[in-house]
Design a protein around this ligand. Structure first.
Ligand code: NAP
Length: 292
């Protein structure tokens, strides 16, 4: 089994986490709504992640809603001392499974208390304000009111650290003017590279960048170049996509999502892949290929 510590660690607030973590969104039912079809299998994925050395789990109370947090609590509470659970607030689910913005201060207070209760903790390690922008891409606009509301909850001792998600560079700067930002979680992968410059800016500031949809999310990454490289290196395309992210910048923390123990193991084994400059250059052409 690959030791995921080999790819190093990066600061996330007052802790340091390994650069490969786990994203729990896939544990809820279809459409990230309702319970999983196999609850025991979902619990097994979480326990396997921890047994494999993962110490960074990404979640939200709007996955399910409440389902993912309840699974994390059932599988892992009392939590390992080094585990950092990152959650996000800023949306609520409709009865039709829709995702609706919920950014008013009262909504955020409710969401933080829901996360505390459902995860079974007195203080949340990290809370990301998930901006609703253009669904999975950010859109400009002031975040002063909601981020100030979260900063107030942090002052009250309910949140240890704050981050932003689906945010533009200007919104990250605005948030940093209100309170310390320890991470930014945006859509980024081999094909979706709008944040290339932002990642560098954040690295200089010691802020973690956590790509969501590292494997393409609901539309898994597909590219003949990716498949060729994977064959050449005796790995899977998903492992190459993750290894590319690990090589891309030292402040990138991975949270690939899966509902399967075998995919989890495969993803963690990406830690053992070293990509040459020649391979990286080839993978860097995927974005341009897919834009054609
Ligand atoms: N901030 C945000 O707005 C936001 C948005 C989306 C997600 N997130 C977070 O980011 C995490 C990662 O994103 P994601 O889970 O949506 O997308 P992802 O990690 O890019 O991809 C997950 C998909 O890839 C499949 N998969 C995973 N490993 C695989 C493997 N080794 N081989 C083949 N297929 C594989 C999964 O299916 P199986 O279950 O079958 O493995 C699932 O369909 C989420 O879990 C969530 O915590 C945040």
């Amino acid at each position: 089994m690959t030791d995921i510590a080999t790819v190093g660690a990066f600061r996330l607030g007052d802790r340091t986490v390994k650069r490969i973590g786990y994203g729990a969104m896939q544990l809820a039912g279809p459409g990230v709504f309702g319970p999983p079809s196999d609850r025991d299998a979902a619990l097994a994925v979480l326990r396997e992640a921890i047994a494999s050395g993962v110490n960074h789990i990404d979640t939200s109370d709007f996955y399910g809603p409440h389902v993912t947090n309840a699974l994390i609590r059932e599988a892992l509470h009392p939590y390992p001392v080094d585990l950092v659970i990152v959650t996000k607030v800023g949306a609520v689910r409709g009865e039709d499974a829709s995702w609706n913005p919920a950014m008013a201060p009262a909504d955020l207070v409710r969401a933080v208390h829901d996360n505390l209760r459902n995860l079974g903790v007195d203080v949340l390690d990290v809370v990301n304000l998930r901006l609703m922008g253009r669904v999975h891409e950010p859109g400009e606009g002031s975040i002063e009111e909601p981020f100030t509301a979260l900063a107030e909850l942090q002052r009250q001792g309910l949140i240890r650290h704050l981050g932003v998600s689906n945010a533009t560079s200007a919104q990250v700067a605005q948030a940093r003017g209100i309170a310390e930002v320890v991470c930014v979680q945006n859509h980024y992968n081999l094909v979706q590279r709008a944040d290339d410059a932002l990642i560098g800016e954040l690295a200089d500031l010691g802020i973690a960048y956590v790509p969501f949809f590292p494997l393409g999310g609901f539309t898994p990454l597909q590219s003949s170049i990716l498949s060729d490289v994977a064959t050449q290196l005796g790995a899977t395309p998903m492992q190459i996509a993750l290894a590319w992210l690990l090589h891309r910048a030292r402040n990138i923390l991975l949270i690939p999502g899966t509902s399967s123990v075998s995919h989890l193991r495969e993803n963690l084994a990406a830690a053992g892949l070293s990509l040459s400059n020649e391979v990286l250059a080839r993978l860097n052409t995927i974005e341009t290929e897919s834009a054609r």
